[in-house]
Design a protein around this ligand. Structure first.
Ligand SMILES: CC(C)(COP(=O)(O)OP(=O)(O)OC[C@H]1O[C@@H](n2cnc3c(N)ncnc32)[C@H](O)[C@@H]1OP(=O)(O)O)[C@@H](O)C(=O)NCCC(=O)NCCS
Length: 318
């Protein structure tokens, strides 16, 4: 067994492993790691397996796979290897263990999906199908500074008359109808996929039921044939600072004024009464990035601090 030659043991993650998992995660994603906020909830998800690799009893790697899409897809998330153990093939080994377990426990799974940031070289593209690509616009600010700027930006758009239309808040019954509409699936969703904060879901009734339990804000620019839809997640604390909150806003569609209005509405609802600082990650169609960036420069004084090179959803056979 390959793990044995590396002195590795594999097990399912438990609550008690949290501190060790955090200790291998300290440098990850420049302080905006989602795992500290999601770890405990992940352990409760019935169709997710969170796997640890341990060496002499110490956690040195983690990966998780969540089975979605009516049981057909395993979404791989959270992969990390302790800094001292990188470059030895451990990421490949722990993933292999995880896939064997998923194949044994979920025989219906046909494909696995990943979401990766950055440039995709020919080697990666030879191994995976690219399902969709969204661009990422990060906005890092103090909440007390952004609130008046946000109110001012919305007031200015409203004063223009034609620029602003209140985004529509979708209820649970609207969500099913709108997100399963074939025109929306084919024309609005990137690669026919709903991406929520890096996790891809096919537009299926069962996935919408999962997503509807996540306390999201669902906005649209129309109930019947929307051009733009958006999902706002509940903000969560990240390791970047004592009072730093991460807010993810996923926008689908290519119509800039609607995307901008939904971004502002999502931001307003998302920050609510939060205090401290905000790290907002806005995911949007690549064709909207430049316009949205310019808008954020003018409205919020945004200067790009991190060079995220897009969010790519990849797929390959299980
Ligand atoms: C990325 C990371 C997990 C690689 O760990 P590693 O053990 O040094 O990787 P190795 O070079 O030994 O193993 C390579 C294998 O890891 C996997 N891998 C590497 N980067 C990956 C990534 N970003 N996403 C998924 N799998 C990845 C691949 O399966 C690769 O196998 P291949 O050579 O057949 O393509 C590690 O550098 C790390 O923990 N980085 C910080 C966290 C992070 O960026 N995670 C990526 C999640 S998107």
């Amino acid at each position: 067994m390959e793990g044995a030659s590396h002195g590795l043991e594999f097990c399912l993650a438990k609550e008690a492993d949290f501190e060790q998992v955090m200790s291998i995660s300290e440098d990850i994603y420049g302080g905006i790691d989602y795992l500290p906020a999601k770890y405990h909830a992940w352990l409760q998800e019935p169709d997710r397996r969170v796997i640890l690799a341990k060496k002499k009893g110490q956690v040195i790697a983690l990966v998780s796979a969540n089975v979605v899409d009516d049981g057909c897809t395993a979404v791989v998330e959270g992969l990390r290897v302790a800094p001292m153990e990188r470059g030895k093939g451990i990421a490949g080994i722990i993933q292999q263990y995880c896939f064997d377990l998923i194949r044994a426990q979920f025989p219906e799974v046909k494909v696995r999906r990943y979401t990766r940031s950055g440039y995709l070289g020919p080697e990666t593209l030879a191994k995976f199908r690219l399902i969709c690509k969204q661009e990422i616009l990060p906005l890092h600010c103090e909440l007390e500074e952004i609130r008046p700027k946000l109110d001012a930006a919305i007031s200015q758009l409203k004063a223009c008359g034609t620029e602003w239309e209140d985004p529509i808040l979708l209820r649970a019954s609207d969500v099913q109808r709108v997100f399963l509409n074939p025109n929306v699936v084919g024309g609005v969703l990137p690669g026919k996929t709903i991406v929520l904060d890096w996790a891809p879901y096919r537009p299926l009734q069962s996935n919408l039921e999962i997503l509807l339990k996540k306390n999201l804000i669902w906005l649209a620019d129309g109930q019947e044939e929307p051009r733009v839809l958006s999902l706002g997640a509940t903000p969560y604390r990240i390791p970047m600072g004592a009072d730093c909150n991460r807010l993810s806003i996923d926008i689908f569609g290519k119509h800039f004024p609607s995307a901008r209005n939904q971004f502002l509405a999502q931001l307003q609802r998302g920050i609510g009464t939060l205090q401290g600082s905000l790290y907002c990650l806005l995911y949007l169609d690549p064709c909207l990035w430049q316009q949205m960036y310019s808008f954020c420069q003018i409205s919020f004084g945004l200067h790009q601090e991190r060079d995220f090179e897009g969010q790519n959803v990849l797929e390959t056979e299980m």
